[in-house]
Design a protein around this ligand. Sequence first.
Ligand code: HEC
Ligand code: HEC
Ligand code: HEC
Length: 472
Amino acid sequence: MRLSLGRAFHAGLALGTVLLSGFQARASDQTLIQRGAYLARAADCVACHTKPGGVAFAGGYGIKSPLGVIYSSNITPSRAYGIGGWSEAAFAAALREGRSADGHRLYPAMPYDSYAGMSDDDIHALYAYMTTRIAPVDKAVEPMTALRFPYNWRSLMRLWNWLYLDHKRFAPGPDETPLQARGRYLVENVVHCGTCHTPRNFMMASKAGHKLEGATLGGWYAPDIAAGENGPLASWRDDEIMTYLDNGHVRDKAVAAGPMGEAVEHSLRYLTHDDLAAIASFLREHKRSARAGQPVGAVSATARLYAVDSASDRETRDLARQERDADPAPYADRRNYRDIAGGAALYVAACASCHQLDGAGTPDDFYPSLRLSRTVRAQRPDNLVMTIMAGVNRQGADRTAHMPAFRHDLTDRQILALVRFVTRHLAGTDTTLTEAEVARLRTLDTEDFPAQSLPPGSAALNEKSANQTRTP
Ligand code: HEC
Ligand code: HEC
Ligand code: HEC
């Protein structure tokens, strides 16, 4: 109805009839729809409700949870299988209270505990966009979610909601600047960074009082991003936080790999400059809880802030030569580093072509420096091991980043040797990593990790819809 009216107005204008009020209605409709489309990306609706290679919003994306795999719903406006025919109130109840239109309870894999605080205006914009701009997909989601008893008993979620769901709508705090308030709203109620960065209890609920203080996602570790002495925010400028969220890399600081790379690719790179600034401003103010101890993602205190020449090409070559002289056999076949045991020799064979012999990366930062990288210097070696196993595959706002995955090429022992070389000789830190720990992380590494990580927050998305520009 709305569409055909719009077309009629358009025709009227073409005939030279000035229908000013009608024209304005159309323009504001357009703004509303654009806002809804923006929110669907920012809040990850599209990423989480699209299965890899599937139609956008048609559901079927699997989220592995301790209770079993939970598949996202078809939320296209299909009357039989989606949200076609849902009132805006029913849509709002699903988003904020985890209640489907037929009354059944949703599992908290749908982050309604975050969206509970979402504003009426934003829900309205999302509803307008989702019900008018998306083609209905008349197909049931496959496979169906089938959790173990007693979790298959959805009414249990009433109890969950009673225990954990905060029904409060977002409201700015008395001491907050408008920018910080906007940032908090985005972080907590829209972009829901806490889905990954806030630790959870055994019931999958965020741990109260530990917002953004760091959590594991499969083998990855989403570090503490609350403002604290050792957090990334202590040494990052606001524009660096913004660049990290937008592009997925900040020179000499960090790279977004794994789930964070997904968040950048599917959601964060579409955020406007103003929204990125708001997030940075809020994060700077968000203090860690007094109860929390040393953040485990902290950078090692033993890191020497080395002079540029402390790890040189020469040092790497000498170490690699010593290793080879001690055990020459594996080097007979130059393309095969399967049997090489030494960390320096492995680094020369597998990493130096991109990250350079001295670990300083390339001058244009296309291949990043490993010397000051937070991933390399972090006290927890998880993300360094996971990056070597899984590589980097990310589309940021500025460019595509690709590092090959070495999971099939390197053994646990080789990865350990590499990590020791990279941390000790390139970054001047130490590592407590053991071979058993590499083996444990390997069991958590999966090639299709989006379907495995809990909770994902984002998923593969078909390229066509990924090419939209940002509009608030
Ligand atoms: C982290 C993944 C995730 C994100 C992000 C997410 N959803 Fe969901 N959503 C789910 C899952 C999983 C279900 C099904 C839960 C169940 O079966 O209990 C679901 C269910 C729903 C339902 C209920 C459908 C029905 O038929 O009952 C609606 C509506 C919905 N989501 C809309 C949205 C919107 C709108 C957004 C963005 C604001 C969004 N979702 C973001 C995972 C997600
Ligand atoms: C899908 C899960 C996920 C979501 C959503 C997510 N993050 Fe992350 N984040 C991670 C992981 C995992 C890492 C570690 C990545 C790495 O080292 O390659 C990370 C790293 C970071 C870092 C770098 C920290 C450091 O010490 O190097 C910052 C800053 C950050 N995230 C901020 C945010 C903000 C702000 C949001 C919301 C706007 C957000 N993240 C949303 C999973 C996530
Ligand atoms: C083909 C080139 C290439 C090779 C070979 C390569 N890398 Fe990378 N590496 C990259 C790229 C590209 C990035 C991400 C850059 C970005 O995100 O902008 C990266 C990122 C990383 C990071 C993340 C840095 C951070 O700050 O979080 C680590 C750690 C890393 N590589 C280690 C290694 C190790 C160890 C090896 C050898 C086993 C290796 N890389 C081999 C290209 C490569």
